[in-house]
Design a protein around this ligand. Structure first.
Ligand SMILES: [Mg+2]
Length: 371
């Protein structure tokens, strides 16, 4: 058995309360924090790689925290002894052994990339194509409130240095129009604004919103839930259109490109199944010069380092923005040298994810499987 064979897989759970209190969505959906699952993969030579997956509640994507852990318990024993350096081969093996559940595979795949970096001495950005520039633009999301409260929140973020804001819409469309108008009027004209309906509107509401806001500068993100509804809107929408929830893998992106549906995409690691599949989706998007955001559904330092590493190897000219999830929560799971200034974040250097996992903070593993 080679030195890079997988000798053990451990799973930890970390509750990560939100710094800014309860996260609320329409329909009474809410979350108090991220229920994160962290995977530690050890190879025979004693190197360790870490991955993390945290869904946003159970309502955002077809994913939930206990489901991830159950799927990992199913998969982990079947991966022991396999060569950890064969990351793509192991992805195919996971897909063979367990249909679906990409969110659970995401943390395992992330740990394999971290381990490959530890073995090669290369950072994730180097392994995934090579870093371009040294920092990433961050955006701040403005949660749904009354229009004046959202405008005040936008001004606060601008004062903190952010240059890119995402206005959450998707409730009553007339209120949503007022929300966008209030925020746009309250911030400098060069602020990049995204309007994210999180798949909450029908085509009727979306058309109404587009007509009423035709004179404002913003990018529209995921207005409707289904592919077909968004395609119908595309034909009536002159402004840039970005899809997020719809983009769950390479298949749908190829179809969206063929249909001329998207100008940009948001890739979430857990939704597509990890860094390996996110890189494939990212590379297809690069081939068609689509604007690209890479992020995830939640987590702390381990997860942030992963999606940011892949974002940093995405051509600068195509990069939209990403998030600093480790700053959303009151706990930490790794020492990581993220630095934020003027709405830009630089990443930790070092092999793999470049973070030093705080195993004490994770506590005892809730599950382990070893040779
Ligand atoms: Mg979105």
């Amino acid at each position: 058995m080679s030195a890079t064979a997988i000798s053990s897989i451990r799973i930890h759970r970390q509750w990560q309360p939100f710094r800014d209190g309860t996260y609320r969505c329409s329909g009474g959906r809410s979350a108090e924090g991220f229920d994160s699952t962290i995977v530690e993969i050890t190879s025979r030579d004693g190197q360790r790689g870490y991955g993390e997956m945290a869904p946003l509640g159970s309502f955002y994507d077809p994913a939930f925290a206990e489901g991830a852990r159950a799927a990992m318990r199913e998969l982990a024993p079947q991966l022991l002894g396999a060569d950890a350096s064969g990351v793509e081969a192991l992805n195919r093996r996971m897909d063979l052994l367990l249909k679906g559940h990409p969110y659970a595979k995401s943390a395992i795949d992330m740990a394999l990339w971290d381990l490959a970096g530890k073995h090669s001495g290369l950072s994730l950005a180097s392994m995934s194509g090579g870093a371009e520039g040294d920092s990433l633009a961050l955006y701040r999301s403005i949660a749904q409130q009354a229009p004046d409260a959202m405008a005040a929140r936008a001004q606060k973020y601008i004062a903190e240095g952010y240059r890119r804001l995402q206005v959450k819409v998707g409730l009553d469309v007339n209120e949503d129009i007022a929300r966008l108008e209030a925020v746009r009027a309250a911030i400098p004209s060069d602020t990049v604004l995204f309007c994210d309906a999180n798949a909450s509107w029908g085509t009727s509401e979306t058309r109404q919103f587009l007509m009423a806001t035709g004179n404002l500068d913003y990018t529209l993100e995921q207005p409707c839930a289904s592919y077909e509804e968004n395609l119908a809107i595309r034909r009536a929408c002159e402004r840039p259109l970005v899809l997020d929830e719809t983009i769950d893998g390479a298949d749908v992106l190829l179809r969206a490109i063929a249909d001329g549906l998207v100008d940009g995409i948001t890739i979430k690691l857990a939704r597509v199944g990890g860094l390996t599949k996110a890189k494939l989706v990212r590379d297809i998007a690069i081939a068609r010069n689509l604007k690209i955001t890479i992020e995830d559904t939640g987590g702390a330092e381990i997860d942030t380092a992963a999606y940011c590493g892949l974002m940093l190897s995405t051509p600068e000219i195509l990069r939209q923005h990403t998030v600093d999830f480790h700053n959303w929560v009151t706990v930490s799971n790794a020492k990581a040298d993220f630095r934020i200034a003027d709405g830009e974040m630089t990443l930790p250097s070092g092999p793999g994810l470049g973070v030093e996992v705080d195993i004490e903070a994770l506590g005892e593993p809730i599950f382990q499987s070893a040779l």
